[in-house]
Design a protein around this ligand. Structure first.
Ligand SMILES: Nc1nc2c(c(=O)[nH]1)N[C@H]1C(S)=C(S)[C@@H](COP(=O)(O)OP(=O)(O)OC[C@H]3O[C@@H](n4cnc5c(N)ncnc54)[C@H](O)[C@@H]3O)O[C@H]1N2
Ligand code: MOO
Length: 420
């Protein structure tokens, strides 16, 4: 009697064999979505200098202390400071400098008054904007300003020496923005795993090709490549390989150099042409799982780099369910994600069904379902057969029926895997 593995035993076994990829330094945009491996330290204060948060006038507080619209403080304008200005006028008593948002605070100034609190240098009433490029000889300020008003202090965003982004963070847009802001052009991350997806079967034709008698289109190649990309990998689809062990072995040799993980589909059952089993005999282990769909599974570590290879069953639903349960967590582990980010989220939901669902004794069944978060219910979509691609395409969850349950009636509380 052959050994039968449970879903959990097989998943734990393959995950034990997978190590995170070695870190590399990647340009920021290539590091998007990757896991940072070291704390990145802020090298210099951010912002690097005191600067204005408003378009207005840099002033000395004493000069505007008693300013009002009726009795404005009249100040001599000594210069114009745009963002990016390197040379700054000195603001002495009775003086102001016109300053734009983001421009460095000039020496002598202690506060910025927004242009709306002044006449904008026009000699008329309150301004609503700066006028023109000529700053004019003087400005009337209508309100007092306390020291530091409308100034973004050097280091107020991030202090030099503090941790900008801690190790283990998945780099999303805000983290990449921060790394760029502190001047980092690259980040030390685990790279996205490179995945090669290879369908096997002499019956397979590429989508777009006319089918000869007995042929079907290669659905798995596209589905699994897309699933690998969705899991964060850089995935390549290889044209389907016919049921010939020598050709498959040669194709695998060729592809191994560009792969951190290989996924095949088909050819792992007990048929006369089960080519993956034949080609990888002695190099991968083929086992039966107490699972439906997804009973036959192969796994091996190939070549000098011991590249993980998942040989998934050919039925499209079997291949997809196997990918979600076994390959996706392996890809996430290669990419350096922690235990809590390896798997699809799960929840419990109440089953809605007209008739009770039968499930094979001793096997964990994964039915396709439609999950409704509003009332935490799930409905089966299509039947249990593993060729039902159309139903799979309408599902957004897998309904898990435990090994010990042979019938699930309406109202049963079941675990669902959210495919979202
Ligand atoms: N006598 C037995 N027959 C089968 C058993 C068994 O235990 N005893 N197991 C069944 C189960 S369960 C599964 S799952 C399949 C697995 O078969 P293979 O992995 O060998 O896959 P194939 O035979 O190559 O294909 C199965 C099925 O899927 C279609 N297929 C394959 N590749 C693709 C593709 N890329 N795109 C779309 N469809 C694909 C293929 O045409 C077959 O219909 O074995 C059962 N048999
Ligand atoms: O176990 Mo197979 O993977 O159902 O169709």
């Amino acid at each position: 009697m052959t050994d039968v593995w449970s879903v959990d035993e097989h998943r734990d076994d393959v995950l034990r064999a997978v190590r995170p990829l070695d870190p590399i330094e990647l340009p920021l945009l290539d590091a998007a979505g990757c896991v940072l491996v070291e704390d990145v330290i802020v090298p210099a204060p951010l912002p690097p200098f005191d600067n204005s948060s408003m378009d207005g006038y840099a002033v000395r507080t004493a000069d505007v202390e008693s300013a009002s619209e009726r009795f404005p403080a009249v100040l001599t304008v000594v210069g114009d400071i745009a963002a990016g200005s390197g040379e700054l006028p000195v603001v002495g008593p009775g003086e102001a400098a016109r300053i734009m948002t983001g421009a460095p605070l000039p020496p002598g100034a202690q506060a910025v008054v927004p242009v709306e609190w002044t006449d904008g240098g026009t000699g008329a009433g309150p301004a609503d904007a700066m006028t023109g490029r000529d700053h004019g000889p003087e400005v009337r300020v209508h309100r007092p300003a306390r020291a530091g008003a409308h100034i973004r202090a050097r280091g107020s965003d991030a202090a030099a020496g503090s941790v900008a982004v801690p190790a283990g963070t998945i780099l999303g847009p805000p983290q990449l923005g921060l790394l760029a802001a502190i001047g980092r052009a690259t980040a030390p991350v685990r790279p996205r795993p490179r995945v090669v997806v290879l369908s096997t079967g002499s019956e397979l034709a590429a989508p777009g090709e006319r089918l000869e008698p007995g042929q079907i289109h290669d659905a798995n190649g596209y589905m699994l490549t897309a699933a690998a990309r969705d899991a964060g990998a850089v995935a390549y689809r290889v044209a389907a390989v016919a049921d010939d062990a020598a050709t498959l072995r040669a194709t695998l040799e060729d592809q191994l150099v560009r792969a951190d993980l290989v996924v095949t589909s088909g050819g792992v059952s007990v048929g006369a042409y089960d080519v993956v089993k034949e080609a990888l005999a002695g190099r991968a282990e083929f086992r039966r799982l107490a699972m439906q769909p997804g009973k036959p599974q192969g796994f091996g570590l190939l070549g000098p780099a011991r590249t993980p290879l998942f040989a998934l069953p050919g039925n499209p639903v079997s291949a997809y369910v196997s990918f979600e349960l076994f390959v996706r967590p392996a890809l996430r582990a290669l990419a350096g994600h922690g235990e809590d980010a390896l798997h699809r989220p799960r929840t419990t939901a109440r089953l809605v069904t007209d008739a009770p669902l039968a499930s094979p004794a001793g096997k964990r069944q994964y039915l396709r379902g439609s999950y409704s978060p509003a009332d935490r219910t799930v409905r089966p979509v299509g039947g249990p057969s593993s060729h039902l691609v159309a139903a799979l395409a309408r599902a957004d969850a897998l309904i898990e029926i435990p090994e010990t349950v042979t019938e699930a009636a309406a109202g049963a509380e079941l675990t669902v895997v959210l495919l979202g």
